[in-house]
Design a protein around this ligand. Structure first.
Ligand code: SF4
Length: 365
């Protein structure tokens, strides 16, 4: 073993002990470690945290609108303000959501996930009304709603601080925040792919405020477009730093860029081995975030199962054919994965399926 290999091995050992690496050290791991060692270390860390368990939940995604004041170049979902049905735009109301919920009897789902475009006419009052209606109709369901980008818009539109905005949403029935809108934090990349929307500092501010208010959140990273390893490492270390102060992130969700129907479609998608490397590195650099989620809608089921060997411990939910964000960008899967099929797939991959609630407590049925 030469000195470079010894250095990498030491870094892996330090990470497995829970120590925080410096940027240069993390970069060497990202770009120089051999894939086998990286995946094995990620798998070891994953097993020390969760054993053979793979989590999933039964959830419903509701996307109230795809009309958005922003124009992120990677987004195939968004339609401009003023677009009509003929252009593929939709805007649904609280009644539509309640009808969707009525079709799912009590006990059939445990979580509602609400995110969508940033509609110019929809502010904090609209969000509060939606949350109150859900809370009244289905008090047993955990409501995970609104990305930091949506929260930022509600706060600025209402002239309130982020904390005041989150407090009002919590009082109306918000239980947790999803992790969307993080994309890549580095300003030179963010400007190219998502110019105009909340900068990294604001995204982090929203999540830190949520954690202060005991609202748990997730974090994401959209990778595989114009960013380099240095931007991925920077992104992961910033999340690690916030988590070390607040402990409020439940899960990290790497999202692979899909190149269908958007402003970056000329870019090729990254190969599976690079996807596995991103997952393994994420698990290792974010040892202080309990869960690494493999969002099967975006990866496709086969790839998702392979990623469980690279640190992933959560397959997200059954989703029930209710999200279009990734299918509109070229997602492999028609987004439906029944619970029986999901449990069978997890077992066939050599793991033990455990249904969880939104706070990762096993669901007894
Ligand atoms: S990613 Fe979100 S904020 Fe950006 S254009 Fe799409 S819907 Fe709007």
């Amino acid at each position: 073993m030469d000195s470079r290999e010894k250095g990498l091995e030491k870094t892996l050992e330090r990470l497995l002990r829970g120590e925080t690496p410096g940027f240069d050290e993390a970069m060497r791991l990202a770009t120089e470690a051999d894939a086998g060692s990286l995946e094995a270390a990620a798998d070891e860390l994953r097993r020390s945290l969760h054993g053979d368990v793979v989590y999933y939940n039964r959830n419903l995604h509701f996307e109230p609108t795809n009309v958005c004041v922003y124009a992120c170049r990677f987004c195939a979902f968004r339609r401009p303000v003023g677009a009509g049905e003929g252009d593929g735009a939709w805007t649904k109301g609280t009644d539509d959501l309640l009808r969707e919920l009525e079709r799912r009897p009590v006990g059939s789902i445990t979580e509602l996930h609400v995110t969508g475009g940033v509609h110019p006419d929809r502010g904090l009052e609209w969000a509060e009304e939606l949350l109150r209606a859900v809370r009244a109709a289905r008090p047993e369901i955990h409501v995970k709603a609104f990305t930091a980008v949506e929260i930022d818009y509600f706060a600025r539109r209402a002239g309130l601080s982020v904390e005041e905005t989150l407090l009002r949403l919590k009082e109306a029935g918000l239980d947790s925040l999803p992790g969307g809108g993080a994309e890549i934090f580095a300003p030179e990349v963010r400007k190219r792919i998502a110019g105009g929307k909340a900068p990294a500092q604001r995204w982090l501010e929203v999540h830190e405020a949520a954690h202060r208010l005991s609202i748990p959140t997730n974090a994401t990273m959209l990778y595989g477009h114009v960013e380099g390893w240095e931007h991925r490492v920077d992104h992961l270390l910033r999340i690690r730093e916030l988590q070390s102060r607040t402990g409020g992130f439940r899960a990290f969700v790497p999202l692979r860029y899909r190149n269908g129907n958007n402003g970056l479609s000329a870019l090729p998608e990254i190969p599976p081995e690079e996807e596995r490397r991103v997952f393994a590195l994420s698990r290792l650099l974010l040892g202080n975030v309990p869960h690494l989620k493999v969002y099967w809608v975006m990866s496709g089921v086969d790839r998702a199962l392979r990623l469980l060997r690279c640190g992933g411990d959560d397959l997200d939910g059954t989703i029930d054919d209710s999200t279009r964000i990734y299918s509109m960008a070229g997602g492999d899967e028609h987004p439906r994965f029944g619970e029986k099929e999901m449990r069978a797939a997890i077992e066939a991959a050599g793991f033990v399926p455990v249904e969880r609630d939104s706070l990762y407590r096993p669901v007894a049925r």
